[in-house]
Design a protein around this ligand. Structure first.
Ligand SMILES: *[C@@H]1O[C@H](CO)[C@@H](O)[C@H](O)[C@H]1NC(C)=O
Ligand SMILES: *[C@@H]1O[C@H](CO)[C@@H](O)[C@H](O)[C@H]1NC(C)=O
Ligand SMILES: *[C@@H]1O[C@H](CO)[C@@H](O)[C@H](O)[C@H]1NC(C)=O
Ligand SMILES: *[C@@H]1O[C@H](CO)[C@@H](O)[C@H](O)[C@H]1NC(C)=O
Ligand SMILES: *[C@@H]1O[C@H](CO)[C@@H](O)[C@H](O)[C@H]1NC(C)=O
Length: 812
């Protein structure tokens, strides 16, 4: 092993020397670069960059652009890769520039297979071209007149170089792990609302973690109103994006080579090269605490962050690592969890929180009441925390342990439910101090990739040194900051200060202001959901929808504020934005953005929606609800999903409204599990309400399914569809029963869809999309809530193909 690494180091060194003096820095038409010839490397005129084949595993090669100067350990730093998800063989594979001006990468196993091809269109008049590597690190295919036919800058992988813009249809995709360069689960991209974001994009979940999704983008210095969607790092180390994200590298100024890389751990980092040492320093990073990167550790595990060595995943007492090789699978209990069983105790874990996923929030509970509640339910743990705002304790009962992390500044405590018989049944004080009870391992996943070529073992051991190097880099940066007179904290402050915000992201209005804005509550634009909605013009000329709640003075001002600030923190392009509120005397008002095109209900009545809009509304509404259910700070059920609560902006993009109102309006039940009373609208309500079953997110999914059926069929739920039986008898059937009946009755023929489809939709609908919507609608309206998908699964089902369409072809 050691000899092999040494050999490749020598090779890299040789290449560097050998090619810097080469004077053939371009590839002509009809010629190719071979994987077998180490001299087949294009080098930029300034010698900084090289392009050629590079090993990524045993007998696995990628066509790569890298920084010519190797790192101190001899490893290469990749900048761009043509075929990251489909490595080629070490024999007879080559990159060729065809006479037709196409660049192709072929893997000659038995028959040559085209693995990758440049996407340029071929025009006869550009009959002459050459492929060269520019000083910027951009690999370009140019004509005689210097016209660019294709460039690597247009298809970034995980790195942006100075001068390489990130634009509308481009994204950075992280590597899978330290040792596996194939596409991973994190992305940097411009979202539909024009904001540059970091997202975790797994098959099951997709969630935003930068900018912080629990606060308004606006308060994190971002704007949605510039739709040019362009971001670029310049060579002085200054990054500017059209959404106003900007930062400077810690060593701001011209000089060092820099790169902005979305690392495998989901953090976006700016690096500068220290040429003498061959070491990359981190000079900026998006997330100062990597435990806040979603998906850092799997379910039931706790992420803890040590600025020296980075994030670590651990299992709480009573749990063990599920898959020894991969923290993504999290931890599993070593005991049988049972509901309503008094043979359990609680272990106190200080400074630990499992973010989100509360089953319930119990207010003004004593500790004993919390314990009791958890013992008699299926609760796995609870959080008990004092809220100085209202001088009371709250108890968050957790039925799922996700996004666990521990940081010393967090004042809450988690109480984990473990069997009495369990060996950890010691005085609680000891447990929380004994860190060796937390099984902790360095965050690292190794990965074996199988391809059609048999098992390519994509593990470069030389590359694992990169990991070590990264740790050195981080430590050096601290040292560097320290030396330049900044405190070691400066790095984290620097990284976040632009994004630190006030806790409540919106304005408090006086009653007088809102009365003037609505000219004495004159223009009524909606009714329901606990109040009447008026149109108004705010002092800053923005047009607003102002809702006057009926539940006047039902709750104290502080309590109202606490709830409103929760709702105000929810921020998603498919949720209506709350701009402010008024709580004055008896008056309770909410101020929302105004939506030009009214509600989906109005539009369904007018038949003003074509298929394209209907499909967008289906997907957008699902995304908004998925965000409510799974993304945000406190788990919010909508409980009244219906076309009246889906509003359409000027471009007919849907936004869900009236969420969180169930919390504002129901204050009377002693347990404050605001679900003790039936809520919702006839026709859209899930069977759980009727049969008095537990109310979960699945009630919203049911209502959403009914909304889909209403959009497709043009028929109103709640009144029933008239049907005629075989003997001529007439009755009315529930909408969902009717559609399912048509489907079952069709027995394999295809025309049942036409029978249920609203004639107003007509022929312009995309059949593929229609089939997906119907399938989703049927699944969502299953009577048994366990058979309904989750909202994020719905998003995946409806929009999944759109995402996958951009993927590279793979061997499977
Ligand atoms: C090739 O792909 C890049 C990046 O996706 C894009 O900007 C460019 O327009 C494409 N070129 C053609 C001819 O499709
Ligand atoms: C093309 O670019 C090269 C290098 O920048 C330059 O020397 C040459 O004059 C250019 N050719 C044309 C036709 O502009
Ligand atoms: C939008 O952003 C681009 C790039 O940062 C900038 O050049 C442009 O002036 C901005 N447009 C507006 C209207 O602010
Ligand atoms: C909280 O609970 C205590 C004891 O159960 C009670 O005395 C107090 O009035 C409650 N406070 C509020 C605001 O409900
Ligand atoms: C911590 O727990 C481990 C294993 O449970 C035990 O061996 C060790 O003695 C404990 N340390 C302290 C300081 O209690």
């Amino acid at each position: 092993m050691e000899a092999k690494c040494f050999k490749s180091m020598a090779l890299v060194f040789f290449l560097f020397i050998g090619l810097a003096s080469s004077d053939v820095p371009y590839l002509r038409q009809g010629s190719s670069l071979s994987v077998e010839n180490p001299d087949d490397v294009l080098v930029s005129a300034n010698g900084m960059f090289s392009a050629g084949f590079s090993p990524v595993g045993q007998n696995a090669y990628c066509f790569v652009i890298w920084f010519s100067k190797p790192c101190r350990d001899g490893s290469r730093t990749f900048v761009w890769t043509a075929n990251r998800d489909t490595p080629v063989n070490g024999k007879r594979s080559k990159l060729s520039l065809l006479k037709t001006n196409k660049i192709i990468l072929t893997d000659a196993d038995e028959d040559p297979t085209i693995i990758w091809m440049s996407n340029n269109t071929v025009k006869m008049k550009d009959s002459w071209s050459q492929l060269k590597l520019l000083d910027s690190g951009n690999l370009v295919l140019q004509t005689r007149t210097n016209l660019t036919l294709w460039q690597s800058f247009d298809s970034p992988t995980d790195t942006l170089l100075p001068g390489q813009p990130l634009t509308r249809h481009k994204q950075l995709v992280s590597a899978r792990s330290r040792t596996d360069y194939s596409s991973g689960k994190y992305k940097l991209l411009f979202d539909n609302d024009n904001v540059l974001r970091l997202v975790l994009d797994n098959p099951e979940t997709s969630s935003i973690y930068w900018p912080d999704s629990t606060m308004l983008d606006y308060h994190q210095g971002r704007t949605r109103y510039n739709d040019s969607k362009i971001a670029v790092l310049d060579s002085s180390g200054y990054f500017l994006s059209s959404d106003n994200t900007e930062f400077r590298s810690a060593d701001f100024g011209f000089g060092p080579l820099r790169r902005l890389t979305l690392d495998f751990d989901g953090n976006l980092r700016l690096y500068s090269l220290e040429e003498q040492q061959g070491v990359w320093f981190v000079t900026w990073q998006a997330m100062s605490n990597s435990c806040r990167i979603h998906g850092a550790c799997g379910p039931n595990s706790i992420c803890s962050y040590d600025p020296g060595s980075g994030p670590k995943c651990g299992c709480p007492p009573g749990f063990k690592m599920k898959n020894q090789r991969d923290w993504n699978d999290g931890c599993e209990p070593e005991f049988e969890l049972s509901c309503n069983n008094h043979d359990f105790n609680f272990v106190e874990l200080r400074h630990v929180n499992f973010f989100g996923y509360h089953h319930d929030i119990l207010r003004n509970y004593t500790f004993q009441e919390c314990v009791k509640d958890c013992l008699v339910s299926c609760c796995k743990a609870f959080q008990y925390r004092y809220f100085p705002e209202d001088g009371r304790y709250r108890c968050y009962s957790k039925w799922e342990l996700r996004n666990g992390h521990r940081y010393n500044s967090y004042v809450g405590t988690l109480y984990l439910k473990l069997p009495k018989s369990f060996p950890y049944d010691k005085p609680v004080e000891d447990l929380k101090l004994n860190c060796s009870n937390m099984q902790t391992k360095q965050l690292e996943t190794s990965y074996v990739k199988k391809t059609g070529h048999g098992s390519l073992n994509v593990i470069i051991w030389c590359a694992s040194i990169i990991g070590l190097l990264e740790m050195i880099c981080v430590s050096l940066v601290f040292f560097f900051l320290y030396k330049t007179g900044k405190s070691p904290d400066a790095l984290s402050t620097m990284a976040t200060s632009r994004y630190l915000v006030a806790p409540t992201g919106f304005k408090r209005f006086t009653y007088g202001e809102l009365k003037r804005a609505t000219r004495g509550f004159r223009e009524e634009i909606g009714r329901g959901g606990g109040g009447v909605v008026y149109k108004g013009v705010l002092p800053d000329q923005r047009i607003a929808a102002i809702k006057r709640l009926n539940a006047e003075a039902h709750q104290g001002e502080d309590e109202f504020l606490a709830e409103v600030s929760t709702i105000g923190r929810l921020n998603h392009m498919n949720l209506i934005e709350m701009w402010g509120y008024c709580a004055e005397g008896k008056h309770r008002l909410l101020v929302y953005e105004y939506m030009e095109n009214g509600s989906l209900a109005d539009n369904l009545v007018n038949n003003s929606l074509d298929w394209k809009k209907i499909f967008e509304i289906a997907v957008g509404t699902a995304k908004g609800l998925a965000y409510l259910h799974e993304e945000c700070l406190e788990w919010v059920l909508h409980c009244d999903v219906k076309p009246h609560n889906i509003l359409l902006d000027s471009a007919y993009h849907p936004k869900v409204s009236d969420f969180g109102l169930s919390k504002l309006l129901a204050r009377d039940s002693p347990r404050e599990s605001s679900f003790s009373k039936i809520r919702g609208t006839r026709g859209y309500m899930a069977p759980e309400w009727v049969y008095n079953l537990p109310i979960t997110a699945k009630v919203d999914i049911y209502s959403y399914g009914i909304v889909l059926l209403e959009m497709i069929t043009g028929k109103k739920p709640g009144v029933g569809v008239p049907v005629v039986g075989t003997n001529g008898e007439k009755w009315r059937q529930r909408l969902e029963t009717w559609v399912k009946g048509k489907k079952i009755g069709a027995s394999g023929t295809t025309c049942w869809v036409e029978e249920v489809l609203d004639p107003a939709i007509g022929d312009d609908c995309d059949r593929n999309e229609l089939d997906k919507v119907i399938e989703v609608a049927i699944k969502c309206t299953e009577a048994d809530r366990h058979h309904r998908p989750s909202m994020s699964q719905v998003v995946q089902m409806l929009a999944g193909d759109q995402i996958n369409a951009h993927c590279l072809p793979s061997f499977q």
